[in-house]
Design a protein around this ligand. Structure first.
Ligand SMILES: Nc1ncnc2c1ncn2[C@@H]1O[C@H](COP(=O)(O)OP(=O)(O)OP(=O)(O)O)[C@@H](O)[C@H]1O
Ligand SMILES: [Mg+2]
Length: 228
């Protein structure tokens, strides 16, 4: 078992003294290494909140996130930083590439904290392989502003993979793309999921993409409901 969620609850305080907004009300799920799943559901239902909790960008009010048998709630800040950087890859709706850095440099950003020259060299080679694999070799020295939105999102996908994470978390990764590019990114994510055995959780509004995943859930009223 790669990931297990036990009874996750999360609420937000609205205005001071205002009512508490319950977002997640007892989420439990399991994901094996290399598996993939989609999370769908209405806007504001808590999909990003859940993904952020899984990726340790946010903490639940109660419940456990268990990764490879360890409850990440018990991690120190240093361990959490390592978890975010090494074990998880994030992809968001907008690509968040650094505009002043080339495609290749952007892919290498998550490896900047690495000190070991051997590891750095391996990452450099891996970045080049991944860039070739997604068909961007010709553009590897270009700035994000000079390539298309779909191409930028491909760069964001391989940047998320550069540290060989075991889990890829994608929050509406196709939300800003047209249908053809959206399908391209979805296919790429699935190829990488299979090829590298990287588990994938994708939040999407697209029923079409949801249907292509092995499992799909709706997040409704704070609960995950299986729809496939
Ligand atoms: N930091 C915060 N403080 C207060 N309320 C928040 C905070 N973050 C999220 N919320 C609220 O929690 C609810 C769930 O938000 P979330 O972003 O998880 O929804 P979502 O399902 O990802 O929506 P979308 O599909 O629009 O991205 C929303 O009502 C949102 O306003
Ligand atoms: Mg969201």
């Amino acid at each position: 078992m790669l990931l297990k969620l036990n009874n996750i609850h999360k609420s937000y305080n609205t205005d001071q003294g205002g009512p508490v907004k319950k977002v997640l009300e007892g989420i439990s799920m399991e994901l094996d290494q290399g598996e993939n799943m989609a999370i769908l559901g209405p806007s504001g239902s808590g999909k990003s909140t859940l993904l952020n909790i899984i990726g340790a960008l946010d903490r639940p009010d109660s419940g456990d996130v268990v990764f490879e048998g360890n409850a990440i709630n018990d991690y120190t800040e240093d361990q959490l930083a390592g978890f975010r950087n090494q074990q998880v890859g994030f992809i968001f709706q907008s690509h968040h590439l650094l505009p002043q850095c080339s495609v290749l440099e952007n892919v290498l950003v998550p490896t900047l904290p690495l000190k070991d020259p051997k590891l750095k060299k391996e990452c450099f080679e891996r970045a080049q392989e991944l860039i070739k694999e997604v068909g961007l070799w010709e553009q590897k020295d270009q700035l994000p502003g000079t390539i298309s939105g779909g191409e930028c999102q491909r760069v964001a996908v391989i940047r998320a993979l550069i540290n060989k994470p075991k889990l890829l978390l994608a929050d509406e990764p196709t939300g800003s793309l047209d249908r053809k590019n959206a399908q391209g990114i979805a296919s790429l994510l699935m190829e990488l999921n299979k090829g590298f055995n990287t588990a994938l959780i994708i939040v999407t509004h697209s029923l079409e993409i949801g249907a292509q995943m092995s499992r799909a859930f709706d997040l409704v009223d704070g609960q995950l409901v299986k729809n496939k």
